[in-house]
Write a new protein. Structure first.
Length: 479
């Protein structure tokens, strides 16, 4: 029984017992087994589990709260303080005895938190969870038996009302003239790129990629297998003229023109037109990854490259991962008319669309106006968080980093000074629960890029200085 497993050894005096309860819980927190934000059992429940008086547990909780280990809230109960750093190493669970009992079960049910500063992590603390949950529940209740049994009942291109909603959104926000018939729903960006690789280039064909560029896309392309050719990125984004000279016969180009990943600049109009002209002449294809176009901090966002495409050479790829949450794994493509049939055949055979329940939930979220309101709130919130975190890092770490803020996106680069190596810094930061990415890993070759990709969307303004100080403590150790 749980009571027998966790009962504390009997000793004289109440003080020794409450201190041992305090020490057990504190050890679980410091070891990392009770993560920041994890919910503890109530004092009554824990007292029963440990076979001690409730007053003993209350006293232990008061000590922990007084030292900042835990916080109490009427709506959430008692939780581990979110401001605490994560522990470096996990101690043996047998040493403290609580890991196998009730506290562990509470912790596994508690929400997990993404690494601080992780690129691509949206502001989950500001996501309208209750509204989303109500919509999802209503969608699930309305599914008929045929939809529950036959996942292929709907169009292989995806749920048509969702495709209509996406087409309408793109016409207004990205100036893309498209119809629902051109929209293909995919399992996120990787699902879209996997389908493109199967449908368009032949094995061994050259693919032009930005250097530095998106690491996960590059890895997928290398497993195709395809021959990757890196196109140099300068202050204007992809140097199209140099890239075309290095691979004039490439079959495909993967670009991020609105907000270059990872450096953040916008591709100017002359380079956009040159890229489109090359694709038209060579009968090549351009994959436009518009991964976070919704967030622009200075003026309106630039139009999509697809809006300039008159020859049908651009495949536009978008995703709901950044604007809603990554766990959806829901994306979409705008296909040129000439390849719709080819993509439909491949999708039917190898790439089924995501769950109809997810598609219907997103469609309802969009069509009822929640998506537009959420985007509006996030634009304001991200601008504030971007400004606060950049200012905090510049104030706390001026000796070690230099920040150049781009106009848009959900991350910025903190360039490292001196002999600091971004891969080493990132490794140690990750052990502290801080998750920036290493800029050098985004490059195809040794290029001198050395910096941290800082995601700021999941860092509240009030946490900015604390996050910067935690970074400083790690960088001081590396140095």
């Amino acid at each position: 029984m749980i009571r027998e497993r966790h009962a504390l050894p009997s000793r004289r005096g109440t003080s020794a017992v409450y201190r041992r309860v305090y020490q057990r819980i504190r050890s679980e927190i410091l070891s990392g087994r009770l993560a920041p934000g994890a919910r503890l059992p109530s004092s009554r429940t824990l007292a029963s589990e440990l076979a001690v008086a409730r007053g003993t547990v209350v006293t232990a909780f008061q000590m922990l709260a007084g030292e900042g280990y835990i916080v109490s809230d009427r709506s959430r109960g008692t939780t581990v303080n979110l401001a605490l750093p994560r522990a470096l190493e996990q101690a043996s669970s047998a040493k403290f005895g609580l890991a196998s009992g009730r506290i562990r079960s509470e912790r596994t049910r508690a929400p997990t938190h993404p690494l601080l500063l992780r690129v691509g992590s949206p502001a989950l603390d500001a996501f309208p969870r209750k509204r989303w949950t109500r919509i999802a529940a209503r969608v699930a209740r309305q599914l008929d038996s045929e939809q529950m049994v036959n996942p292929n009942l709907h169009d292989v291109m995806g749920y048509e009302p969702l495709r209509r909603a996406i087409a309408s959104y793109l016409r207004i926000s990205r100036d893309i003239a498209c119809s629902a018939d051109q929209i293909l729903i995919t399992a996120g960006f990787q699902g879209a790129l996997g389908l493109i690789v199967q449908a368009l280039p032949k094995p061994g064909a050259k693919v032009l990629v930005e250097d530095p560029g998106y690491l996960f896309a590059r890895n997928l392309l290398q497993h195709a297998p395809l021959r990757l050719v890196g196109g140099k990125v300068d202050e204007g984004g992809l140097d199209v003229a140099a890239a075309v000279r290095s691979a004039p016969d490439a079959a495909l180009a993967l670009v991020t023109p609105s907000h270059q990943f990872p450096l953040g600049m916008t591709l100017p109009i002359d380079r956009r037109l040159a890229l489109l002209d090359w694709a038209d002449r060579q009968r090549a294809w351009i994959v436009e990854d518009d991964y976070d176009c919704e967030f622009h901090h200075r003026g309106p966002p630039p139009p999509a490259l697809k809006s300039l495409d008159r020859s049908g050479r651009v495949l536009y790829v978008g995703s709901f991962s950044k604007v809603l949450f990554p766990g959806l794994r829901l994306g979409y493509m705008v296909l040129p008319g000439a390849v719709i049939e080819r993509f439909t055949r491949l999708a039917t055979a190898f790439f089924p669309t995501p769950s109809i329940t997810i598609q219907k939930t997103v469609e309802a979220f969009v069509s009822q106006g929640h998506f537009a309101r959420h985007l509006s709130r996030m634009r304001t919130l991200y601008t504030e968080r971007r400004r606060a975190l950049a200012a905090a890092i510049e104030s706390v770490l001026p000796r070690y980093v230099e920040i150049r803020l781009p106009d848009g996106g959900m991350h910025f680069v903190a360039w490292l000074r001196g002999r600091l190596r971004d891969t080493e810094v990132v490794e140690l930061l990750s052990r502290k629960g801080i998750g920036p990415a290493a800029l050098s890993r985004c490059s195809l070759r040794a290029s001198g890029y050395n910096g941290l990709l800082i995601g700021y969307a999941n860092v509240a303004k009030e946490q900015a200085t604390t996050a910067a100080r935690r970074m400083l403590a790690v960088i001081e150790r590396v140095r």
